[in-house]
Design a protein around this ligand. Structure first.
Ligand code: PBG
Length: 315
């Protein structure tokens, strides 16, 4: 295959998307001394203000980008990994999963407040059933208010007083240079992030070996193992239950080499106790660890937890 003159990267047009895509573009220029150009692709998720559950769920953010890669309009796309559906797309190759940013959720509240300091009845904005259910499970008496929009819009609702706080991904704030606005980092012991949160995904066409080779230097094996376990847990749970899922895998050094520790939660928006379990295994068998944990969670009753009300399906 002939080397490309200019590598074209498809990106959503939002500030968060272009910022993270520009990071990948810079890394590719540095690593290979090639020209890289960003190509904005508009997605239904960006255009519509409807709840995500109405327009087709979280996948609406990536569908148009994936089509642009498959059609050859761009060479690759950079996605937030947590927005990628678990169903494989045979036309595409997840050629690089770069080193993950902070995977945790954060609270951004008025007056520097933490969750525990919010008064009873405080309005906490989130469009994510996973975040809503886990915060409700803490029994703080706060009111979850469904909101959506990009990070800037959501932060603006705190500044304007429309809500007392919002819950966001730390990684998004870091990428936008606004991490100092977080008033509390939520411990995964209380709020597990979305599977894949904080990680990026670089996808090229399955038959485009040249681009896959360029992307190879960006791949981080520990991040890939972690998100493989989280997404395998999610995929197995999705087959058996409809309640929102949180997951976090971490790689640590154990006595026998490195070990993958996967935590998962299936939260019930209707208020039943959530199911929270963990499993460990080799990072080389990350997918199997996720499948095993899913089977245990389903056996504990995850399948009986209720689907989320139409608050949305944002992760
Ligand atoms: N839900 C939308 C979304 N998709 C990716 C991120 C940024 C964090 C990441 O890359 O995981 C966000 C914002 C958020 O959840 O606050």
């Amino acid at each position: 295959m002939t080397p490309k003159n200019v590598l074209r990267i498809g990106t959503r047009a939002s500030l968060l998307a272009t910022t993270q895509t520009e990071t990948i573009a810079a890394a590719l220029r540095d690593a290979h001394g090639i020209d890289v150009e960003l190509v904005p692709v508009s997605t239904e998720g960006d255009r519509s203000r409807e709840p995500l559950s109405v327009i087709g769920g979280q996948g609406v953010f990536v569908a148009a980008l994936r089509e642009a890669v498959a059609a050859g309009d761009v060479d690759l796309a950079v996605h937030s990994l947590k927005d990628l559906p678990t169903t494989p797309d045979e036309r595409l190759n997840l050629a690089a999963v770069p080193t993950r940013a902070d995977s945790r959720d954060v609270l951004v509240a008025r007056d520097g407040l933490t969750l525990g300091e919010l008064p009873t009845g405080a309005r906490v904005g989130t469009g994510s059933a996973r975040r809503a259910a886990q915060i409700n499970a803490l029994g703080l008496g706060v009111e979850i208010v469904p909101i959506r929009g990009n990070v800037d819009t959501r932060l603006g609702k705190v500044a304007s007083g429309e809500v007392d706080a919002v819950v966001l991904a730390m990684a998004g704030l870091v990428r936008l240079g606004r991490a100092d606005e977080a008033t509390e980092v939520l411990d995964p012991i209380q709020v597990l992030p979305a599977p894949g949160q904080g990680a990026l995904a670089c996808e090229c066409r399955a038959d485009d070996v040249a681009t896959a080779r360029l992307l190879d230097v960006l791949d981080d094996p520990d991040t890939r193992a972690a998100v493989t376990a989280e997404r395998s847990l999610l995929a197995s749970l999705e087959a058996g239950c409809t309640a929102p899922v949180g997951a976090l895998a971490e790689i640590a050094w154990g006595d026998d080499g490195d070990e993958l520790w996967l935590r998962g939660v299936v939260a019930d928006p209707s208020g039943s106790p959530s199911i929270r379990l963990s499993a460990t295994g080799s990072p080389r068998e990350a997918a199997a660890v996720g499948e095993r944990l899913a089977a245990e969670m389903l056996a504990e009753g995850a399948a009986d937890l209720m689907a989320c009300p139409p608050i949305g399906t944002a992760q």
